[in-house]
Design a protein around this ligand. Structure first.
Ligand code: AMP
Ligand code: ZN
Length: 114
């Protein structure tokens, strides 16, 4: 998708602070961190949100989630844990329409969400 900022990040057209990259995914730090650790894991291909993933892409979704977990461990979150979040559409608080998993950690996080 040409006007999608996360597609542009995936193509290297917009800079990002990358943590991990392979053929099918990319992880980078959020530019507006909401916790001491806050990064995003996205597929390289444009999928709008989790409701558009489809059964055919469920293995990819699993690998994105596992990669998020591996990176969280690597960034020191194993002992205290982290939050893995996927916002979807308006009521879910999604502001960038390219599937992404937020990983937030490094401080206690409130629940329920406001
Ligand atoms: P969401 O509200 O779930 O769609 O999350 C989108 C996230 O993308 C927000 O936390 C933003 O701070 C983050 N974000 C927006 N633009 C960029 C960017 N260029 N690089 C890194 N993170 C970004
Ligand atoms: Zn995109």
């Amino acid at each position: 998708m040409t006007d999608c900022i996360f597609c542009k990040i995936a193509k290297g057209e917009i800079p990002s602070k990358k943590i991990y990259e392979d053929d099918e995914m990319l992880a980078f730090y959020d530019t507006s961190p909401q916790a001491p650790v806050h990064f995003l894991v996205i597929p390289q291909t444009h999928i709008e949100n989790i409701m558009e993933v489809g059964v055919e892409n469920s293995p990819l979704l699993g690998r994105l989630l596992i990669r998020a977990e591996v990176l969280a461990r690597r960034l020191g979150c194993e002992e205290k844990g982290a939050r893995f979040v996927i916002n979807c559409k308006e009521h879910g608080g999604q502001t960038v329409d390219h599937l992404h998993i937020h990983v937030l950690a490094g401080r206690p996080l409130g629940w329920p969400p406001g």
